[in-house]
Design a protein around this ligand. Structure first.
Ligand code: HEM
Length: 364
């Protein structure tokens, strides 16, 4: 049988001549060879390649979620995309160990040649952040400047485009708000859940008050904590209070989306909710992995340059620690465990709803 395609040569297919001629240390250009600059370049380039792959996966997930309907097959594909991103992120986190084999003195051999270039200008990293849905209001400013102010005009355009396009956060918010199970037939999830919470909270209060091993001081402290938890539940059960949290920037998902995320987490044992639950879990994983990377990068930077300013002009370690703390996208999902109640307290679902949850469904 005739081969339908011409033969391919490994090095040509991967364009290795191009790829392997992109490592040009500044120290060699200036005639002051610094051995570790090659590592520095290659590690950064490897990161950028992986960022490109993450953008590829995110674009695909976003395409699936931009549709009017997201069926189970699409959800399964989106889960696979996110799973791959988390596998790549583990490599990204590990890869910092390689750069840490360079000592601060070795870095000083070539650091000054790089000013003012910095990872701060990694436009692909910013595109990933924007595609996930990191909002400009939540970003830590560098020297009162926006994240896109230090990149070229061409890259600025890319960043503004990615900032204005639909983000995964927005797409997931819309998808959650369409989930149909919250009020089907005579079933009202919020009412059932509120009743269960009232019962549970009443029990918890009784347990604290009647616990003979608690001193008065400890009992009062526990009652204060109990009141705080109660207030959080009250905010969840009241749409206006939720909207106030959204207005003050403490929540981002709509009220209905928040309830849908809660429903999926509470009833995740129902067959039809397995996939949505896995999807939400991967979103949290992706967010957490970037946070882990940010912390590890910040610690590596402290080890490498102490409290010096960065080549990009930031306060270095201090700035990076702030981004690790603040640059979280799916913080709404991180709040969900606050509102979980034990399986034993979960209201039973009506039979007709349970049977619908056991079969394939179409999201409205
Ligand atoms: C010797 C190694 C490194 C040092 C000393 C270092 C230092 C810094 C510093 C100080 C910043 C803050 C901005 C500035 O003032 O420049 C920064 C930001 C950044 N670096 Fe690195 N870095 C190193 C390696 C890497 C590597 C290997 C990557 C991988 C791509 C990377 C990616 C980034 C990114 C994406 C930012 C922006 C973070 C943000 O604004 O949230 N860095 N780096």
């Amino acid at each position: 049988m005739q081969k339908p395609y011409p033969p391919v040569y490994y090095a040509d297919y991967l364009q290795l001549d191009k790829l392997l001629s992109c490592q040009n240390p500044k120290s060699d250009e200036y005639g002051k060879h610094a051995h570790d600059e090659m590592l520095f370049i290659i590690v950064h380039q490897a990161y950028e390649l992986w960022f490109k792959q993450i953008i590829h996966e995110l674009s695909s997930a976003l395409n699936l979620f931009s549709k009017e309907k997201t069926d189970e097959k699409d959800l399964g594909t989106a889960v696979a995309r996110l799973r791959r991103i988390t596998a790549i992120q583990k490599v990204l986190i590990e890869q910092l160990n390689i750069i840490e084999t360079m000592t601060p003195l070795d870095f000083l051999d070539f650091r000054d040649y790089l000013i003012p270039a910095s990872g701060f200008q990694s436009f692909q990293f910013r595109i990933v952040e924007n595609m996930l849905g990191l909002s400009i209001d939540n970003r830590v400013k560098l020297d009162n400047k926006n994240y896109y102010s230090l990149v070229s005009d061409e890259h600025q355009k890319l960043l503004l485009d990615s900032q204005n396009n639909l983000s995964l956060h927005q797409a997931v918010d819309k998808w959650l708000s369409r989930i149909p199970f919250l009020d089907i037939g005579g079933y009202d999830f919020l009412l059932e859940y509120a009743n269960a919470v009232t019962r549970m909270i009443g029990n918890e209060r009784d347990i604290i008050i009647n616990n003979p091993s608690l001193s008065d001081e400890k009992r009062n402290r526990q009652l204060d904590e109990f009141e705080n938890t109660k207030k959080k539940f009250e905010a969840l059960l009241d749409e206006n209070k939720h909207n106030e949290l959204v207005a003050s920037g403490n929540r981002r998902f709509s009220y209905r989306s928040t309830l849908a995320a809660l429903f999926i987490n509470l009833y995740r044992d129902e067959p039809i909710l397995h996939l949505p639950y896995r999807f939400l879990t991967y979103l949290v994983d992706v967010d957490e992995n970037f946070t882990t990377w940010r912390y590890k990068h910040a610690l590596m930077v402290q080890r490498m340059i102490g409290s010096k300013v960065g080549t990009g002009g930031s306060s270095g370690h201090h700035y990076l620690m702030q981004t690790a703390e603040k640059h979280k996208v799916f913080s709404d999902l991180l709040e969900i465990p606050t509102f979980l109640i034990p399986r034993s307290e979960l209201p039973d679902l009506p039979d007709d709803l349970r049977s619908r949850l056991a079969f394939s469904y179409e999201l409205k």
